[in-house]
Ligand binder design. Structure first.
Ligand code: HEC
Ligand code: HEC
Length: 216
């Protein structure tokens, strides 16, 4: 029995198309999109996608494609307001968003130690991260963001591996209502229930988890 030829040709074409898409995503990252307003991502997010703390540029390497694509759509719709990212997201086509977010997910994420809820919690940031403050309806952060804040699936982004400046800016954005893109106001409610000291302490705690790992 001879194997029909056309399905093989179809598979080859599909593989080529997939390769082309992967290449496009990387090209958008390093050189920008077709519209010049979609500037090269690496300029701000770093050649390795690990972000730049001083500029408030988050790490994108290793973020789930579904999460990143949702953020770009939220910047487009304005449910996440940011003067830098909104025009960039608006200048990307749907296909470009699909390609670049697939490339981001494939970039290696920093390695982080998993810290579970069973660990001893010391200090305001760690207590909130591992125990929460249930008397104020704040669940422990790791319940959604995963042990050690490494992120869970497409919906819950990693907190570890982001800078304290960036994490804090996001919590402030929810408090001020410039970021209101989360399902059921989950994060808005949490951010508004936190004290200023807790916002700083939780940001420092999750940012510090990567440093611990990096220094080992
Ligand atoms: C001029 C600098 C700059 C460039 C270029 C840039 N970004 Fe950003 N990006 C930012 C800043 C600043 C933020 C944080 C915005 C905020 O605080 O809400 C951000 C946030 C993001 C986020 C959200 C991350 C998260 O954890 O929620 C995604 C996704 C993103 N950028 C994707 C891209 C892509 C894709 C490109 C290239 C097409 C790109 N960015 C180009 C500055 C930049
Ligand atoms: C009930 C689930 C839940 C809990 C508990 C939770 N989060 Fe979140 N968090 C989310 C979701 C969902 C998002 C992403 C929302 C979106 O789509 O942009 C998020 C996003 C974030 C972001 C933005 C990350 C980024 O890359 O932009 C920060 C910062 C954050 N959470 C901090 C915390 C802290 C600190 C705690 C604990 C005090 C916490 N979260 C507890 C669900 C949760």
């Amino acid at each position: 029995m001879t194997f029909p030829r056309w399905p093989l040709a179809g598979v080859a074409a599909l593989l080529l198309a997939m390769q082309a898409q992967a290449a496009d995503g990387q090209k958008i990252y390093t050189q920008g999109g077709a519209n010049p307003a979609a500037m090269a991502c690496g300029t701000c997010h770093g050649a390795d996608g690990r972000g730049m703390a001083a500029g408030g540029f988050p790490r994108l390497a290793g973020l789930a494609a579904g999460y990143s694509a949702k953020q770009l759509e939220d910047f487009r719709s304005g449910s996440r307001a940011n003067p830098i990212m909104q025009p960039i997201a608006a200048a990307l086509s749907d296909e470009e968003i699909q390609a670049v977010t697939a490339a981001l997910a494939a970039m290696p994420a920093p390695l982080m130690a998993g810290v579970g809820r069973g660990e001893k919690a010391e200090g305001a940031g760690e207590v909130l991260a591992l125990r929460g403050a249930w008397e104020r309806n704040i669940p422990e952060c790791v319940a959604c963001h995963g042990p050690g804040g490494v992120g869970v699936g497409e919906s819950f982004p990693p907190l570890a591996g982001q800078s304290a400046q960036y994490l804090r800016a996001q919590l402030e954005a929810w408090r001020q209502g410039t970021r209101k893109n989360d399902p059921n106001d989950l994060m808005g409610h949490i951010a508004r229930s936190m004290t200023d000291v807790e916002v700083q302490a939780a940001s420092d705690y999750f940012a510090g988890l990567e440093h611990k790992e990096a220094s080992q």
